[in-house]
Every structure is written in structure tokens, then in C-alpha cells.
Write a new protein. Sequence first.
Length: 253
Amino acid sequence: MSFNLLEDARRTDTPGIKPMRIPERLEPLVEEGLIDHVICQLMSGKEATIYIVHCGEEVRCAKVYKDSNKRNFQHRACCAEARKIKNNRRTREEAWQGIEVDMLCKLATDGIRVPKFYNFFAGVLLMELITDAQGNVAPRLSDMQLTPEQAREYYKNLIGQTVRMLYTGVVHGDLSPYNVLIGERGPVIIDLPQAVNATDHYRARHIIKRDIDHLTAYFSRFAPELARSDYADEIWSYCQYGKLQAPANAFVH
Ligand SMILES: Nc1ncnc2c1ncn2[C@@H]1O[C@H](COP(=O)(O)OP(=O)(O)OP(=O)(O)O)[C@@H](O)[C@H]1O
Ligand SMILES: [Mg+2]
């Protein structure tokens, strides 16, 4: 999404820019002083609704996780059983949201390009709003038309970041052109609640292969020769034999 008013929105006194009414789920953050205004809703995905917000002088991104009733868990029950299910759900949800927070912090420290984490409060994640060179909201990779050169460059970058993630013990688990933004300085990886630990997850090998296959299929639409690459097995065998200390781009020929 292109959002040309972003620069104006940084200045709250701009005529014609009126912050939207505060959505209920963001009220606790306003009361806490973590958010000043809500500029607009950016997106409503399967798992969360994303808002652009003002925090003091800065424009940030607020990810409001949907509650479980609006997501996957359809089971209905009554009385004690319902209470038990509700508590279990809450525990599962908190764990799931906690994974995204942990991943944003851990991966940033390990040099992987993810949005900068600012806060997590009342089921809302406050993070860096990824923007492009013009200061507009960064497009998703899936919404872009690429030249073959761009496709090769972004593919190389993302395979490198995937190797780096694996080296730190993490597999994204839902890496696709929908979960990569093209920011001012290149690809930024988002949407991490389903990330898995590469060392103890029995399906990690299968999951990383699926992630890499999604990227390969997407980029080979723009640069057909990329379809012949087979990084998943190569990367995994290096990982198994403890050879992943090699520089990330060693895997990109
Ligand atoms: N930090 C960010 N900066 C800019 N845009 C963002 C940011 N985080 C998310 N978005 C936008 O919001 C969309 C949804 O975010 P995200 O993928 O984290 O949530 P989701 O509910 O899992 O969505 P989906 O079901 O579509 O995968 C992204 O595809 C992207 O367009
Ligand atoms: Mg997503």
C-alpha cells in the first residue's frame, strides 16, 4: 500500500489530517502513554489487524492480534469445560504472541532484517513501520513486479537471511512473498509467531524446505533459471554437519 500522507501525518498539526477514532483494543496503550494517535488501519490479515500509529514524534506500526474466537479455534462448550478451554486458549495465545516478540528481538540482534521491536502490551505489538525510499509504507514482495536482476538480488538476500536465521537456530515457518516487505534498504522479514526452533523441532527440515520452495517458486517467475536451484538440502546438510559458520552468501552461487 502506498501511503503518501505519511510524511504529513508525522506533523499532527497538518490541516486535513485527522487521527482516526481509537479502536477499543488500542485504548490501553493510549492510557499507558505508549500511543498518542491512530493514523489509520493498514491491513486486516488472518491473525491480526495492523494500524499505523503516532508515538510522540514517531510513526510506528501496531499489530493487534485477533482473539482466538475470530481465528482458528471453533470449539464450543459450556460451564467448567468452557472455562478450561478459555484458559488453555489464553495460555496458547500468549505463548504464540510471545514467540513473535522473542523472534523480533533475537533475530535483530543476530543481524537479520526484521522490524525493530518497541513494546508489547495488552496483546498489541508496537514495532517499526517499514517504509520505502519515498517514505511510503513498504510494499509486500507479493505486490511487486520485478526485473530479473531484482529477482536475483532479492532471492540472494533472502536465502542469505534464511541461512543466518538457521545458524541462530530459527526457521521462519511461513516465509513467502506475503511476509517479506521491500523497505528502503531491501527485504525485511515479518510475521513470525509460527517460527520454530531448528534444533529441536522434528519437522524443521521439512519446514525450511517449504519456506525456500515458496521463495524459489516466486522469484523464478521473474528469473526462470532460479527454478533450478536447490538450496534447502544444501543448507540443511551444512547445518547438520555444523558447517554453517560459513558466510551466509557462501550458498549463493
Ligand atoms: N512492520 C510493518 N511495517 C509495514 N507494514 C507492515 C508491518 N507489519 C505488517 N505490515 C503489513 O500488514 C500485513 C499483515 O501483517 P502480518 O503478516 O504480520 O499479519 P497477519 O495477520 O499474519 O497477516 P496475514 O494473514 O496476511 O499473513 C503485512 O502483509 C504488511 O502488508
Ligand atoms: Mg502475514
